[in-house]
Design a protein. Sequence first.
Length: 83
Amino acid sequence: MALPAHRRTSSDKRRRASHFALKKQNLTEDAKTGLTHRPHRVAPGATEYRGHEVHIKGKEKKLERLLKNSQKPDEQTKSEAKK
C-alpha cells in the first residue's frame, strides 16, 4: 500500500486553500420583469428568454401564485371582500 511521500505542511495547506474563497457572483437584470438573475439563466418567474418561450411545468399555477403574491396586502383584502 502506498504512503504519502511527505507530510503536507501548513504553507502547502494555505496555498491550496487560497483557491477556496468564494467569488462575487455577477448578476444581470431582466429587461421585461426587472428581476435580477445569474447571466445566461432564465429569471425566476420569466416566461421568455431571449425571445423564446420557456417551458415551465405547471406554468398556470405558478403564474397565478406569483400574481397573487405580487399584489399589495390592501389589494388582496379588497379582492377577497368582493368575493
